[in-house]
Design a protein around this ligand. Sequence first.
Ligand code: PPS
Length: 292
Amino acid sequence: MTVQYIEYKGIKFPPGYNSVQSLCFAENKFEVRDDDIFNVTYPKSGTVWMTEILSLILRGGDPTWNQNLLNSLRAPWFSTQLGLETAHHCPSPRLLTCHLPVQIFPKAFFTSKAKVVYTSRDPRDIVVSYYYFTKMCTTYEDPKSFNQFLESFLSGDVPHGSWFDHLKGWMELEGRYDIFFISYEELKQNLRGSVERLCRFLGKELDDAAVTSVVENASFEAMRRNRMCNSTMLPKELMDQEKGTFLRKGICGDWKNHFTVAQSEYFDRVYQEKIQGRKGIFPWEQTRQDNI
Ligand code: PPS
């Protein structure tokens, strides 16, 4: 199926909820509150996972909110038309979600005291997850093949733009704003420790039982059972559950089941060239972390 993507500032966005107006509003007019908490990711990096974790932390570990309200209402996608409406009506402190690259992020953030949690993930696992997602999500064009999708990803010609630019753009702000960087791999390896670090960043004191509840309710299994975050409530016109599962595998290193040796070598060449200067600092670069 051919999909007519929205284009804003040289980046493609899936149609439907996004529009040039909503993106422009998000960037230039969105009013940021000092106690806003932004959940920022490149697609397929663990966005909905972080929404569950943050929602649970804000409620002191009580899962009632997560179990009774859709994630898109708990942490609205404020750069979409629908999400903006929701965000306006959310009581403080708000949780807000987006995949925005830094150059389109609300300008008001940079003069506010708001916080950002930025979750990154092994780009090889992102490509695989993204590939399956585009097959089930109707606002994305069907990839012709995995190889074609990989090439588009590496050249930045996919919805939401280049992963390399997204990551580097956000990392350049490190130390200058209230931004917490964490990776999918760290969440997988030590969810409890990650939750405790997030609590400290957010200034939330949770006792051991509350942290345990966050960890249990944000587990892959619990999330798969929870219709408020497993995407099964989305209409078929948006996401065809017969073509895949949103909470698909939830593991690190699935790329090894998909990449050929040639694709892996090609990926490494592009990665070396584009990630220059930052190489060696990400958990996915240490092979021992794979297959967590
Ligand atoms: S989206 O569409 O961009 O919002 O997708 P996003 O939420 O960023 O990423 C989806 C992937 O995150 C995995 N996921 C989890 N993994 C482990 N544990 C938990 N609790 C969890 N929740 C979500 C989800 O399964 C997708 O990854 P893949 O590799 O496709 O399974």
